[in-house]
Design a protein around this ligand. Structure first.
Ligand code: TYM
Length: 335
């Protein structure tokens, strides 16, 4: 029996190369090795303000791009979180074994609370509990994510332990699995690449847009003119080369920068061409899927059916372990 793997992605509409290098590319590699389940986590996405009218399109877009990037629906299960309502039921139950102090320590909560001061809601606070529920509902043992999720995974293990010690051994402790690009920096070279910081390259963006974004991306700040030698190690463009370029090109970029033999734009152009080349098949496949929207919806429908079955099995065990399985007598009383 293969171990089960679970991971999730928020329906932000635009999947970026941070998501791709940090998570999705790794998901694709692991398809044969584990029994894989991937979720578009829309219940998580509503913890910050959103436009309800856009949500269905955002969900479908992320599913489409995931499939286009290599999540073959014949080799894994892909579903929308809110189509399996047991996620919220288990999250509520897990809330009751999660110490508030642990949630207060979550750096993502602190960051988001600072950025969305007008809307610091209880859902944002309990976000990591829902994430633990996502994973534990399927008793998944492997969770491939980027580095920003490691703290949430530590908490998921803690929650599993707390539940098991109180109600019996039901959940395995899930373990994170990092890719070789666990933290991709954004084009501002200051923050992690993310949709909300608008410092990203989208997986299906056109070559023109990719070049436009890269041409103004921040490089080594000490290299003010073409003739200044630079320090590749502190240049984000050099780090992006490491993900998309050949070894010769990586050396060319480092040496050229150090000796001022090449300019930043020249260096960016090679990177841009390589990114465009790697993303071209994904862009093409996404366009094909856009012409066949019924296919993506079928995948999501089948995915939810499969996950509902698994989720119901776990919830039966959970309810029974907690004394929440009282069976009422089928006959009405004579009173
Ligand atoms: P989300 O939607 O922010 O990101 C999806 C995946 O992409 C990774 N990632 C990155 N990796 C490297 N560099 C970056 N700049 C970068 N930006 C994003 C994330 O680490 C993630 O793996 N809370 C999760 C979604 C979630 C989940 C789960 C994940 C909900 N339930 C259960 C695993 C298991 C999130 O917001 O991911």
């Amino acid at each position: 029996m293969k171990k089960r793997l679970f991971s999730g992605i928020q329906p932000t509409g635009e999947v970026h190369i941070g998501n791709y290098l940090g998570a999705i590319k790794n998901w694709v590699k692991l398809l044969g090795k584990y029994e894989c389940i991937f979720s578009i986590v829309d219940y998580h996405a509503i913890t910050v303000e959103h436009n309800p009218k856009d949500m269905p399109q955002r969900i479908l877009r992320v599913a489409t791009v995931d499939i286009a990037a290599g999540l073959d629906p014949e080799r894994c299960t892909i579903f929308i979180q809110s189509h399996v309502q047991e996620h919220v039921e288990l999250a509520w139950i897990l809330n009751t074994v999660t110490p508030i102090g642990h949630l207060e320590r979550m750096t993502q909560f602190k960051d988001k609370a600072a950025r969305h001061r007008e809307n610091v809601n209880a859902g944002l606070f309990a976000y990591p509990v829902l994430q633990a529920a996502d994973i534990l509902l399927y008793k998944a043992e492997i969770v491939p994510v980027g580095e920003d999720q490691v703290q949430h995974l530590e908490l998921s293990r803690e929650i599993a332990r707390k539940f098991n010690s109180r109600y019996g051994d039901i959940f395995p402790e899930p373990k994170e699995l990092l890719s070789d690009a666990p933290r991709v920096m954004g084009l501002d070279a200051e923050n992690k690449m993310s949709k909300s910081m608008n410092n990203y390259i989208g997986l299906t963006e056109s070559p023109e847009v990719i070049w436009k974004k890269l041409s103004v991306a921040v490089t080594d700040p000490a290299r003010k003119k073409r003739s200044d030698p630079g320090t590749p190690e502190i240049c984000n463009i050099y780090h992006l080369h490491k993900y998309f370029s050949s070894n010769e090109e990586i050396d060319w970029s480092a040496n050229g920068c150090r000796t001022a033999g090449i300019g930043c734009l020249e260096c960016k152009k090679v990177l841009s061409d390589n990114i465009v080349q790697e993303l071209a098949p994904i862009r093409g496949k996404a366009r094909e899927l856009d012409n066949n929207p019924g296919y993506v919806q079928d995948v999501l429908r089948r995915g939810a059916e499969r996950c509902r079955e698994l989720a119901q099995e776990t919830m039966k065990e959970v309810r029974s372990s907690m004394g929440l399985d009282l069976n009422l007598h089928p006959q009405p009383s004579k009173l």
